[in-house]
Design a protein around this ligand. Sequence first.
Ligand SMILES: Nc1ncnc2c1ncn2[C@@H]1O[C@H](COP(=O)(O)OP(=O)(O)OP(=O)(O)O)[C@@H](O)[C@H]1O
Ligand SMILES: Nc1nc(=O)c2ncn([C@H]3C[C@H](O)[C@@H](CO)O3)c2[nH]1
Length: 213
Amino acid sequence: MNQPPFIAVEGPIGAGKTTLSTMLSQELELPILKEIVEENPFLGKFYENIDEWSFQLEMFFLCNRYKQLEDTGIQYIANNQPVIADYHIYKNMIFAQRTLKGVKREKYRQIYHLLTDDLPKPDVIVYIRASLDTLLRRIAKRQRSFELGMDTAYLEQLILDYDEAMAAIAEREPDTTIITIDGDTIDFVENREQFNEIATDLKELIHERIQHT
Ligand SMILES: Nc1ncnc2c1ncn2[C@@H]1O[C@H](COP(=O)(O)OP(=O)(O)OP(=O)(O)O)[C@@H](O)[C@H]1O
Ligand SMILES: Nc1nc(=O)c2ncn([C@H]3C[C@H](O)[C@@H](CO)O3)c2[nH]1
């Protein structure tokens, strides 16, 4: 039986996840789960020295998301309410597999599965793909001080990691709907028609699922 959807907006750093999920939550009148960024004590240190700070940072993200999704499961999903998030829990693995090495990576992997295997997983993913140029422009535009020294190669690699991760989810979870948006050509901020198309697709999906519940 279909459930009212749990929608996640995903994509590499600066793709527009928070922007699009906020717009969608307003348009579709859905509650939103947002990543907490400014209060993260490790992000600045991490971008200065990834090898030194990656384990602390990845564990911090994992624990925060775990708590948020545990609460979401109780508050919304168990009550058959649609909800939208500006991340998918699998994001933790995408980053951690890139930033952690050796024993720490293996320990992290085990903790990840222990914490997340029984969490509610999104059944719709809006995946915003974007080229390196677009991402760099957007990251520069928002002027977060800790991101200004970000290594371009790190971002370039994450673009590939995201593509691989989405392909792996599509194969592993055929019931998950993945809507891919080309963030280079579709401008959901400036072009209202393009935003409306995305919102309409999701409205139809929610409607279908609620009818089948
Ligand atoms: N389609 C767009 N056109 C122009 N600017 C955009 C667009 N989408 C997002 N932006 C701008 O790009 C910047 C990054 O967007 P946003 O913070 O939503 O990205 P994000 O994917 O949530 O980032 P992060 O990975 O860091 O969480 C913001 O300044 C936002 O206003
Ligand atoms: N290493 C690492 N692991 C994560 O799970 C993760 N999630 C987000 N981020 C970074 C991207 C933006 O700079 C900033 C806001 O999204 O935080 C992460 N970095």
